[in-house]
Structures are given as C-alpha cells and as structure tokens.
Design a protein around this ligand. Sequence first.
Ligand SMILES: *[C@@H]1O[C@H](CO)[C@@H](O)[C@H](O)[C@H]1NC(C)=O
Ligand SMILES: *[C@@H]1O[C@H](CO)[C@@H](O)[C@H](O)[C@H]1NC(C)=O
Ligand SMILES: *[C@@H]1O[C@H](CO)[C@@H](O)[C@H](O)[C@H]1NC(C)=O
Ligand SMILES: *[C@@H]1O[C@H](CO)[C@@H](O)[C@H](O)[C@H]1NC(C)=O
Length: 691
Amino acid sequence: MGKIAIFLLHTHLLLGVGSSLVIQSMPWRVPCPHQCVCQIKPWYSPQSVYREAPTVDCNDLLLIQLPTSLPQETQTLRLQSNLISSVDQSELQGLVNLTELDLSHNSFTSTRNLRITGLPALLSLHMEENQLRHLPEAAFFGLPSLQELYLNHNRLRSISPGVFKGLDKLLRLHLNSNRLVVIDRRWFHALPQLEVLMIGGNPVDTVQDLNFKPLSCLRSLVLAGMGLREISERALEGLQNLESISFYDNHLIKVPKEALQKLPGLKFLDLNKNPIQLVQRGDFQNMLHLKELGLNNMEELISIEHSAMENLPELTKLEITNNPRLSYIHPQAFQKLLSMESLMLNSNALSALHSQTVRSLPSLQEISLHTNPIRCDCLIRWVGADNDKPVRFIEPQSTFCSEPPELKARRVKEVSFREMADSCLPLIAPSTFPSYIEVKHGDNIALHCRALAEPEPSIYWVIPQGVRLTPSSSYGRYQVLTEGTLEILGVTAEEAGFYTCVAQNLVGADTRSLTLHVEGGDLVHTNTQKTEDSFEVQDVKERYALLTWQANRNIPTAHLSWVANVSLEDHHRHSTRILAGTRRFNLTRLQPGTHYKVCLHMGPNDTSCVHLRTKEVSMPDPLPDLTPAVLLAVSALLLLFAARACNGGHKRKIFFLPQKWTDLYIWQGPQTYDLKCSEWDEHFGPLFPEI
Ligand SMILES: *[C@@H]1O[C@H](CO)[C@@H](O)[C@H](O)[C@H]1NC(C)=O
Ligand SMILES: *[C@@H]1O[C@H](CO)[C@@H](O)[C@H](O)[C@H]1NC(C)=O
Ligand SMILES: *[C@@H]1O[C@H](CO)[C@@H](O)[C@H](O)[C@H]1NC(C)=O
Ligand SMILES: *[C@@H]1O[C@H](CO)[C@@H](O)[C@H](O)[C@H]1NC(C)=O
C-alpha cells in the first residue's frame, strides 16, 4: 500500500490537483450511454492491485434495464440504486475486460434473472441490497475469475449446497444481514481460497461442529449480530489460518475458550457486546499470536478474575471499556503478558486498578482509566509514586477521583502519594448485583460479590437462615466459590429472603445486600401496610435502648435513624441498615440522660418514630463487668476495628463490624461516624486505644 500511496501522491502533484490524497478521475472520451458518466477512475482489485479503470457510472438513474451501447473497453460498470430486476449476457456482450459490475440496491428477486454466463475478467460483483430470497445451485457459474461477491442485505433464507460452484478463486464473500438460520458447511467446499467471510446479521443461533472446516485459507471471519449463545469446542476447527474473528453483539454468556484454542494463528479477537458476566481463570490462555483483544460494551460484565489472561506473549493491546458494571479486576488477572503495551480500561465501574496488575505488565506504555469512579486511596497510590518505568495516562485531564470526599473531583495524577491513605477499606461496587432479584423455582443463581482493598479483603455471605458462609464452603443448596460468588442450585421458596455479602479487612468492612424473591414462593406483601404504632421502645438504660416492631413486609431498604437533641449545633444524625426480617434492634453507644428521636424507615412513605430518654448515670461506671465473655468480645472487636488518625485534629472515621455474628438481630454495622477528637475519648477512648 505504501508504494501505491506514494505513486498517487506523485500523480496528484503532476496534475496539479490539491494537496490532499483524494483520488481524481480523468476524462475518457468515448460515446457514453445517455445520462451516464464515462471517466477513467482509480480502481483497486480485491488484492489491492491498483488500476486506472475506464468506468461507466449510471448510478441513481431509475433505470429498469441496462443502458445500450456500453463502450467495449469498460472495466467498471456502476448501476447502483436503479430499478433493474434482470440482466442478460447479451446486454454485456463484448465487454471482455469488465472487472467490476455493481448492481447493488436494485430490484433483483432471483439470481435466475442474473443471466451472466461468461464474464471471464469479472473480479467483483455487487448484488447487495436487492431482494434475493434464495440462491440455487451454481448461481454464479461462468464467472471463473470472481474474487469478491457481495450478497449482503438481501432476504436470503435458503442457499443450495452447491451454490458457489465454479468460484474457486473467490477471496471475499459477504452474506451478512440476510435471513439465514443455519450456516451450511457444504457451501464452502467450492471456495478453497476464501479469505474473508462476513456472515453476521443473520438469525443463526448455533455454529455447528466443523462448520467452516473447508475454509483453510480463511483469514477473517465476522459472526457479528447473530443469536449465538455458545460456541462448541469443535465449531471453529479447521480454520488454520484465521487471524481475525468477531463475535460482536451475540448472546454468548461465557468466553468460548475451547473453540478459540482451535485457532492457532488468531491475532484479533472481538467479543464486544456479549452478556458475559465473568472473565474467568484460563479464559484466554496460550494464544500465542493474539495481538489485540476487545471486551467492550458488555452490560453484564462484573469481574476479570485471577489468571483470566495468561501466557499471551504477543498481546499488545487490551481494550476493556464501556462496561457499566465492571468493578473488579483481580490484582493477578494478567499473567505472562510480556508484550502488552496498551491497556484501555476507561468508562467502566472500576474504583481502582491494583498496583500489582500494573507491575505484572513489563511492557506497559499507556493506560486509560478515565470515566471510572476512582477511589483515590492506597490502591491507586502507585500513580503518584516515583515509578521506575512511568506509564503514560491517556486523557489524564479527565481522570478524576470520585472518592474520598476530600479528594473528589481532583485529577488522579495530581494527587500526591502522601495525600492518599496507605491502607484502604473494602468496597463492594453497587453495580455488582442488584438489591432485588426475582427468580423462578428451580433456577440456578449466581451472585458475584467482589471487593478490592488493601490489605486484600476476605469475603463471606450471610444467608436468610442467619448462617455465615465463607468461600469454598457449602450449605444446603448454597455454595460459595473461592472468588466470592454465592451459588444457589435449584432455588426453592425456602431460599427466598435477604442476603448480605460482607467484604472485610483489618481496616473495616463493606456490605451489600439483596432480597431474593422466588416466584411461586411466599409473596412479598406489596400493599403498603404501615408498621403503625407497633414500633416501640422495649427497654432503655443509660447507654442503650432496645427497640422492637412488627415487620409486616420484607423490604430490603429498611433503616433506622436516630438523633439526639442535646444542643442544636450538635445534631449528629446516625443511621444504620436493618436486615429484613429483623424485629428488634439494640441501639447502643447512646449518651446517658439524653433525649433521642429514633425513626424506623420501612419505605418511602412508611416511617415511624419514637422518642426516648436514656437513664442518667447514677454512679461512675468504669467498664461493664469484665466477665471473660465481655473481654473476649472486646478483643474480637479490637481485631476487627481500626480508626483513621485524627485528620487535622478534628475528625476521625470509625468503622464497626457486626458485634455478634451469631445473633443477626443485633447486627450493628458497618457504621461510619465522624467525630471530633475530643468526642473520641469520651465515647471510645477507654475501650479502644489508638491503633
Ligand atoms: C482489454 O485489456 C487488454 C489488456 O489490458 C487490452 O490489450 C485490450 O485492448 C482490452 N480490450 C478492450 C476491448 O478494451
Ligand atoms: C429535646 O426534646 C425534649 C422532649 O421533646 C424537649 O423538652 C427539649 O426541649 C428538646 N431540646 C432541644 C434542645 O430541642
Ligand atoms: C444491648 O447492648 C448493650 C450494650 O452492648 C448490652 O449491655 C445489652 O445487654 C444489650 N441488650 C440486649 C437485649 O441484647
Ligand atoms: C408516597 O406518597 C406520595 C404522596 O402521597 C405518593 O404520590 C406516592 O405514590 C407514594 N409512594 C408509595 C411508594 O406509596
């Protein structure tokens, strides 16, 4: 191509035509058919050989048949967008050098009306955008040189097995956007040299085993916009020379890894726009020539798991963008990607990219992270550190921190290493799973819970029965996989209820809950039955109050809020989520002798409030009776608890974990308090020494 471009440039300069590389036509003085334009025009063969072709252009003329007296020297005949429904060989008689015939966007309904039986020089035939419904046996016989055949955007429903007989030089075949429901291997027996096959946009839902076996020269295969749900292990067998494949916009729910292993020469792989939720260990491995991989526009994609990509020695560009739910890339997702230069991760739901991920890519040159909800804490700290091998940020001007609040809207690149915390809380992205799902009796369910943090968090699930399930454990129909996915196999009404995933490390924890409704199971009452006056104070002491209520509805959004009216400027409003099914709550850490307003919110229009006043302290009470049980509880809390240092002398954040795992009814957190340092000692000083 380089040579051609230079050649063209010279021609242009000689002709004195503008400075751009727009290819110009030259006059061709022949008797030209009425209304058509005859010119010498640049032309490229399907193999990119350049020619100056005598061209007759009769596009858009409402012709119902071919014009008469076409010049004998014609090489390119353009009849696009007319009303032609038949052509006879006699109309093309004598055009021995005709190389391209464009009949696209006309009125052909059958190739029986395309009676061209002897065009020995024809390389390119355009029949796209007609109304062909069926292709019979040997439909294009008599075109022995044909290299390029366009049949896309017709209404083809059926194609005879021997349709392409005689086309043994064909290089490109466009069958996309028709109404085919199967791909028949027999079509391809006549096409030993085919290099490009476009067959997307047909309602085909499976590729049969060995479907493309005869196409051993094929280099590019486009299977976009079909209904493909899975690709069987042997579907792509025989495509020894395939370099590029596109599965864009199908219904694949997992990476067809076994089928891809049968493509030894694959360089470009497009899996964009498929409902794949997880890219799992081993999904892309040992593909020795893969250069570029696209995993974009996936509405369902949540996570790129440990060793998802392994030993792809020639992979240079990885594009994982515009995936609205993608919040997790395992720190060791990429293994042995020694040539990877360009990592595109913009427009996802990523809160961070682990430094380990970046360090695992020795050739990395550029990275794109903009339009992600980046949390500017320890996980992204490597950006501001003095790295020995700097990585270029694409669009650093629009790569912002979205958390913590004090760094919000700052550019990630401009936040210094010191400004970012050196350990960080787990974060379960809101996009990981919805807060409510409805399933059918007998369905298999997988709920994926992932969290990035430093130190690496552990994950577990609390199921409606109150049982805590850690990874690699199972219980009844439940199973928690190592990565944090909760699986329920064959769900029944018994599994309906409230689920919580907890991700915790030494710094704190994050939780995310969901209500599972099983169709045909106990119906969730949707009629707004108010909790009414049933919300009441059962017991009040100096520092705690026990509240109870009737839970008529099992709603996922319930929470409890409380506020003391000690002084007007000191209105610290606290709030905590309540597990569905809970009917009482022990409100602890209250101030003695204080008036509180406590409200239970069971939905947008359903709030009940009570007022209470805690008891005055009668006697100085250093610490509650330090029975062994209490000591044990306190030490457990110390382990699960850490406080952020006083920031500028007036604030610190405290994260609490549930205090009693065994009794979900007094689930307490996690809760976040912003307190002044002075309040710290008053509230927690004696109990929790500075860490
Ligand atoms: C066809 O092409 C050949 C080779 O370029 C040329 O010699 C011949 O004159 C052409 N025939 C017509 C009818 O233009
Ligand atoms: C707090 O509430 C009590 C009881 O309603 C009321 O008597 C008192 O005035 C309130 N104090 C403030 C500061 O609002
Ligand atoms: C409520 O919490 C307090 C303080 O942790 C504790 O002393 C009390 O026993 C609890 N009450 C109930 C009923 O659990
Ligand atoms: C809540 O009340 C408002 C106003 O009375 C009403 O428009 C709305 O539909 C109610 N929402 C629910 C969920 O009942």
